[in-house]
Design a protein. Structure first.
Length: 264
């Protein structure tokens, strides 16, 4: 089990869940993935929960703000890209056709973060590590294994991420796009039909050992299954699901070995 110590610039390094029901989310994910939780007070008066597996950080969790709940915002998983200078990244966004929805801000001594939106409307976080560098475990069962942009405007998205993060892109025979950086494939993109009811977003994939058992567990725990045990080419099988609070994510069982974690 490789414990990641640092991430290169431009690599996904963290995901977190903003939920309408923290206790309900803890109950669901602890039963599904075997996660444990460490609550930490913030300088803004709230609590940010570090999600752990085998004593190592794998994701984050926080309560949705009341005003967001009043607006009917759904619970959501968000993805973050590591970069040593968040302000530098943000400075490229508008010229690349995107928008800065949350300017860079310091998060105590943990790091500095911003939220940006690509031209297609999908949001992604930028995380400048300080004391918190990101997920210590990835690409093993019950951790993040993949981040995928689901968008209706693939061309503008490719141009945007190349400008902002330096990502290269390549499409296979089916049209599925993979994003790479310094020779490492680290994320994907699927272009959705205009009639698809889901808005553009970054989807979070969690690796599981038994897709049928994990998908059944989601149902048992009160979650929703939108796509069940669907083949992903030769790679494996996936299920698109949501927790009881409505936050969507993907379960993925691979047929073979996955890439080792990025970074060091």
């Amino acid at each position: 089990m490789q414990v990641v110590k640092s991430y290169p610039n431009g690599m996904f390094n963290w995901v977190d869940l903003v939920t309408t029901d923290v206790d309900g989310a803890k109950s669901f994910y602890s039963a599904l993935f075997g996660w444990s939780f460490v609550d930490k007070p913030t300088d803004r008066g709230g609590i940010y929960t570090m999600i752990q597996l085998n004593g190592h950080h794998v994701a984050g969790l926080s309560q949705m703000m009341p005003e967001m709940m009043e607006q009917g915002m759904p619970s959501i998983w968000s993805s973050y890209v590591s970069y040593s200078n968040a302000d530098e990244v943000v400075g490229k966004v508008e010229a690349a056709g995107g928008a800065v929805t949350m300017p860079p801000m310091d998060v105590m001594e943990e790091g500095r973060m911003a939220i940006i939106q690509d031209p297609s409307g999908a949001s992604v976080g930028v995380w400048q590590p300080k004391d918190h560098m990101g997920a210590e475990l990835v690409n093993i069962p019950n951790t993040v294994v993949w981040n995928e942009l689901q968008t209706k405007d693939g061309d503008s998205a490719k141009a945007f991420y190349k400008t902002v993060f330096g990502w290269g892109d390549d499409a296979d025979s089916t049209g599925y796009v993979t994003y790479s950086l310094n020779g490492r494939i680290q994320a994907g993109m699927i272009v959705l039909d205009e009639s698809y009811p889901v808005p553009p977003h970054w989807a979070t994939y969690f690796m599981v050992e038994n897709i049928e058992a994990s998908t059944a567990k989601v149902k048992e725990l009160g979650g929703q299954v939108m796509i069940e045990n669907n083949p992903a080419g030769e790679l494996g099988v996936f299920s698109a699901v949501a927790d009881p609070q409505g936050a969507s994510f993907v379960l993925m069982q691979f047929n073979g070995q996955v890439d080792p974690p990025p970074g060091h």
